[in-house]
Ligand binder design. Structure first.
Ligand SMILES: [Zn+2]
Length: 88
């Protein structure tokens, strides 16, 4: 399978689960692709504004790994109380 196809599939999956982060292994499992393909796709996607990669908890295996996710939304925090609720 072409790398671009893997990238499209990965992008589609990540967008279907905003707020979830996936490591290469779990993403490969979900998509039925090889880890190598997914790793290449991740590196490609991480270069866009739409996605972010970081060291953190994978939402699937719950291990701290190199994960990718849809870029977290950064609000202007119009309501302070609501903002604090998320920090608890
Ligand atoms: Zn994982």
């Amino acid at each position: 399978m072409a790398i671009t196809d893997a990238r499209l599939q990965a992008a589609e999956h990540l967008k279907a689960y905003p707020g979830h982060a996936f490591c290469d292994g779990c993403l490969a499992d979900k998509l039925g692709l090889g880890v190598r393909e997914v790793r290449h796709a991740r590196i490609g996607l991480a270069g866009s504004d739409e996605f972010e990669q970081q060291q953190g908890f994978c939402s699937v295996c719950l291990e701290v790994k190199h994960v990718i996710h849809v870029a977290w939304l950064h609000f202007e925090a119009p309501n302070d109380d609501e903002h604090r609720a998320f920090e608890a």
